[in-house]
Design a protein around this ligand. Structure first.
Ligand code: TRP
Length: 441
């Protein structure tokens, strides 16, 4: 069967950036930066992206493009032996991440309606923190919104790569970028914003511990959609004549810019509103409505913002679902429809305990509830391990063949291919290993 390809270079970049840019950038990055002490975290995060992120993005894409397969099939074709297990771990990680991702994505949909109804327009009358907590601890509503979101996601994946994923991303990504810029301008000009800017940009090294590194690396991989084969899958639809390193650099730049811009939206606003940056996952949902309440036509911006956040989440969730679907289609000969429906249903099933663990289901192991565990296992363990093994695979097993592949058989002039291999062979595996070990105790 002919395998579908991305239509254009722009389409590929938008879809891949669409996978990368999501809740990770706009929700998770600012609150993690807040929790981990600000500027120092930002620098460590940027270093992780520059040294490891780009190299591993290229590694995943090249595995995908050379094999035109899902992660399990790709490792089978190129490596054989035990390697397909790396792909399998990716498929499982994708599944786990999607199960809690849809819960948070559901919140963004709920907030579109809260904004539209004007519930959040007067922060002196309503306690924004309480609105958020009451909502996420409710046993039914968040589950309902998660189901709606899962349904939307399934619809895009059902349509396939070009008509679904690529088309949606090409329209939504540029709009999102524009809105983000407007919000940055508003946020950094709020009275009291300077303190937030200082917090974000000036490193305070006294707050740095081994955990900061684990958190920065986990965030970098999560944000770039690395470590579980999403980019292997997207690379598998990439035409062979694309300039892979240039496209990869573009995607990494876009993803990092959106995270940093989101930091400039959220953190100055937090300080301007007199809130604590260490508030955790509620940060975006609690502080942004306060910003919107303080600006002219804020309600409209608010609605737009949460629509865009939902869309950013959608293009990312689609990539998670696509990995699992591509696996069942390629390896088990499911139809796209059957795979999409079954995987979505099971995923939603796994999302329900995640959502309940924030409210009525008060069950904790070592202080972490179900959703915290899902996130911890997938993001802090599976993604780094997946990325480490992928680096080793491309660096050692493929080695010069990988260089040949990213230079399109030597026809492209790509600088520093030697450095790329060096990073994949030594720097990435050892760096990740070191961070993993220091994060465990
Ligand atoms: N990168 C996305 C975000 O920042 C989330 C995501 C999509 C992801 N696909 C992934 C994370 C694959 C890890 C692996 O929101």
């Amino acid at each position: 069967m002919h395998r579908e390809n991305w239509g254009t270079r722009f389409g590929f970049i938008m879809a891949t950036a669409g996978s990368a840019v999501g809740l990770g950038n706009i929700w998770r990055f600012p609150y993690t930066t807040g929790q981990e002490g600000g500027g120092a975290f930002l620098l460590i995060y940027l270093a992780c992206i520059a040294v490891l992120g780009l190299a591993v993005v290229m590694a995943e894409l090249v595995v995908g493009r050379s094999t035109q397969r899902n992660p399990v099939g790709a490792f089978k074709k190129l490596g054989g032996g035990q390697w397909p297990h790396v792909g399998m771990m990716g498929v499982i990680a994708g599944f786990v991440i999607l199960s809690f991702y849809i819960v948070v994505a559901g919140w963004t949909i709920a907030y579109i309606f809260l904004m539209a109804r004007g519930v959040l327009s007067d922060p002196t009358a309503v306690n924004l923190e309480k609105v958020f907590t009451d909502f996420i601890t409710n046993p039914y509503e968040p589950v309902l919104y998660a189901s709606v979101f899962m349904g939307l996601c399934a619809m895009v994946v059902l349509k396939g790569v070009g008509a679904g994923i690529e088309r949606a991303s090409k329209i939504f990504m540029p709009v999102m970028f524009a809105i983000l810029i407007v919000l940055v301008i508003r946020s950094i000009t709020l009275p009291g914003a300077e303190e937030g800017i200082r917090f974000f940009l000036i490193p305070d090294w006294s707050k740095v511990s081994a955990d900061t590194f684990t958190a920065a690396l986990g965030q970098a991989f999560f944000s770039l959609s690395l470590g579980m084969g999403a980019l292997i899958t997207y690379g598998s639809y990439m035409p062979k004549d694309h300039n892979l390193p240039a496209d990869a650099a573009m995607v990494v730049t876009l993803d990092t810019s959106v995270a940093v811009l989101a930091g400039f939206v959220i953190l100055p606003a937090v300080f301007a509103a007199g809130l604590s940056p260490g508030a955790g996952p509620g940060l975006t949902f609690i502080t942004l409505p306060a910003v919107f309440a303080a600006i002219p036509a804020g309600q409209i911006f608010g609605i737009l913002f949460f629509i865009l956040l939902a869309i950013a989440a959608l293009t990312s969730a689609v990539s998670l679902l696509e990995v699992v679907v591509a696996y069942f289609v390629d390896e088990h000969k499911y139809s796209r429809r059957k795979a999409t429906v079954i995987v979505s249903a099971i995923c939603l099933g796994l999302g329900i305990p995640s959502s309940l663990s924030l409210g009525v289901w008060d069950f904790k192991i070592w202080d972490k509830g179900f959703m915290d565990w899902m996130e911890y296992l997938a993001v802090n363990l599976m993604l780094p391990i997946g990325a480490m093994l992928t680096s080793l695979f491309v660096g050692w097993r493929l080695g010069p063949k990988a260089v040949k592949a990213i230079t399109n058989d030597g026809t492209l002039n790509i600088p520093a291919t030697g450095l790329w291999l060096f990073i994949l062979r030594y720097v990435a595996p050892l760096g990740i290993l070191w961070i993993l070990i220091s994060g465990l105790n």
